[in-house]
Design a protein. Structure first.
Length: 549
């Protein structure tokens, strides 16, 4: 079996690349270890806690014991299904701040500044309710919508931010990220609008894309050039041949693992597992970053939260309404209000993110025992902590060794304490007073630095935004893994395009920039000139040097 291009991974970036390569008339084979995304648990937005906790759809990866978090092992869900993590995530759509991409360019990702990537965000989007065509796309394959905000808690949260002195932004994905406002989601007509729905299925319908459900064992490299992919399916491994190139898009956790299994990575690490060295790239598996967050939970004075539906009968009613009409509470991910703020004066763009949710519940669906409540997910955006991905063995079926090294920098603790104290101030504003009965978590007795630190060690969770493990940079950079055209340095005919290549984690959720990477990589793969830069200036708070808000 052969094609012009073989893509490993039918996730966010992989689906986008398959679509654009097929659109250009190329034949593409996409290797995906997971199966179908059919079924209500994936397609119903409100059921988001289910697929990321189901072995059918998730790789089931977890970190090694984290030394700064009471040696807890943290879950790190990654989608094992067509659409990848876009089929099991919270559907939140955040591009990132313009400064994120300018920073990428400064770090050696030439051609990936905000002016360079904005045209690709516009190309991929079909925005319903954004700030207009200058900043937002209107005819792309990826539908972006906003929730109805029927529950008064959403607007109360936004009003509380304004009362605390923060700006209100009508479109954090447009010119102004900073502030409180409505949250956007990859939801369309009441369904999860994953990369599979937006890109892969239309591409397959065109006839140029074929899916092979199998596990990739390694990239086949002959005389310094990638020629195919060895996969497991059935009794014996076989090889899928690539006439032009092999493209890895297997996630920031599995892509570096696959590089190392193929002989590309730190020489000592490969020697330790008896893997023949093809290219010594010490940056493979290094630079692992993520967003860590805590859930600030409050008991509600009024019985208006989703808690009243958190029982078998309530869930059945919501599910039935969604199945028959595609509407109702089941048609929303319930993340309908958010905020991006700065933690202190002297920081020019936001470094704290909020997701507001009208129920007090964990990501795994376990509800607070206190009854009616609500919460804000909050955490710093640009931790200086760095972790790594290494091999557990040379067996491709063994999970990688994941060490995030969370909270290993003193600045992480300062930033998290600030998050908690600023959040308490926001929920203390008049707009929230009709609703706030009391603080459930961390709890009113948790006040000192030591008490807050103990809470963080016990309760901080990943926001599921791992990235950076095969970072993009100039070919002369010894720690870079791919060049600015997503070519793996040291091997011909091999590219990597997913969140692994982020030089630095972006502000907010990673699905949008991961799809953008696939869109832009497709033009590089096709040898096309990149879309013309758009020199639009983002809004920066004019008082950022002297004021926190």
């Amino acid at each position: 079996m052969h094609a012009d291009y073989v893509i490993i991974g039918a996730g966010s970036a992989g689906c986008a690349m398959a679509y654009r390569l097929a659109e250009a008339g190329r034949r593409v084979v996409v290797i995906e270890a997971g199966g179908s995304d059919a079924g209500p648990f994936i397609q119903m937005p409100a059921a988001l806690s289910y697929p990321m906790n189901m072995a059918r759809y998730d790789w089931g990866l977890q970190s090694e014991p984290e030394p700064h978090l009471n040696n807890r092992r943290l879950a790190t869900p990654r989608g094992k299904v067509i659409g990848g993590s876009s089929s099991i995530n919270g559907m939140v759509y955040v591009r990132g701040h313009a400064r994120d991409f300018d920073t990428w360019a400064e770090m050696g990702a030439d051609g990936w500044s905000y002016a360079d990537v904005l045209p690709y965000f516009r190309r991929m989007e079909q925005s319903h309710g954004g700030s207009g065509p200058d900043y937002r796309g209107t005819d792309g394959p990826l539908h972006i919508t906003r929730g109805p905000r029927h529950n008064p808690l959403f607007d109360a949260f936004i009003q509380a931010g304004a009362q605390a002195g923060y700006p209100v932004t009508e479109d954090y994905n447009g010119a102004q990220q900073e502030g409180f406002g409505p949250m956007e989601a990859t939801i369309w007509k009441g369904r999860r609008w994953s990369a599979a729905n937006a890109y892969l299925k239309p591409a397959m319908a065109g006839g140029n894309v074929q899916i092979v459900h199998a596990t990739a064992r390694r990239v086949v490299i002959e005389n310094g050039r990638a020629t195919g992919v060895e996969v497991d399916r059935g009794a014996a491994p076989f090889i899928l041949q690539a006439k032009r190139e092999v493209i890895i898009a297997a996630s920031s956790l599995n892509s570096p693992k696959l590089l190392m299994l193929s002989g590309i990575g730190p020489a000592a690490e490969l020697a330790r597992h008896g893997i023949a060295l093809v290219a010594d790239r010490p940056g493979v598996g290094a630079n692992l970053q993520d967003h860590l967050e805590i859930y600030m939970q409050y008991a509600s004075r009024q019985p208006i939260t989703l808690y009243k539906y958190w029982n078998l009968w309530g869930k059945a009613v919501i599910g039935a309404q969604w199945l028959f009409s595609g509407k109702g509470l089941g048609a929303s991910n319930q993340f309908e209000a958010c905020a991006f703020i700065r933690s202190r004066a002297g920081i020019d763009y936001p470094d704290i993110q909020y997701h507001f949710l009208p129920i007090a519940v964990r990501y795994d669906g376990k509800v607070s025992a206190a009854g009616h409540g609500f919460q804000a997910h909050v955490g710093p955006m640009r931790s200086k902590s760095r972790g790594s991905i290494t091999l557990r063995s040379a067996n491709p079926h063994d999970a990688p060794v994941i060490r995030f090294n969370y909270m290993s920098q003193a600045s992480d603790w300062d930033e998290f304490r600030t998050c908690i104290r600023l959040t308490r101030e926001i929920f203390g504003q008049p707009a929230m007073q009709p609703f706030v009965k009391g603080e459930l978590q961390p709890g009113p007795d948790v006040q000192s630095d030591d008490q807050i630190d103990a809470f963080i060690r016990a309760h901080a969770e990943s926001a599921y935004h791992p990235c950076g493990t095969a970072r993009m940079g100039r070919a002369s950079d010894p720690m870079a893994v791919v060049d600015p055209e997503c070519r793996v340095i040291g091997v011909d005919g091999l590219r990597l395009a997913d969140s692994s290549i982020f030089p630095q984690v972006t502000n907010g959720n990673l699905n949008a920039p991961s799809i953008m990477v696939g869109e832009k990589a497709a033009d590089h793969i096709l040898g096309r000139a990149p879309l013309a830069p758009m020199n639009l200036e983002p809004w920066i708070n004019p008082n950022w040097q002297t004021a926190q808000r």
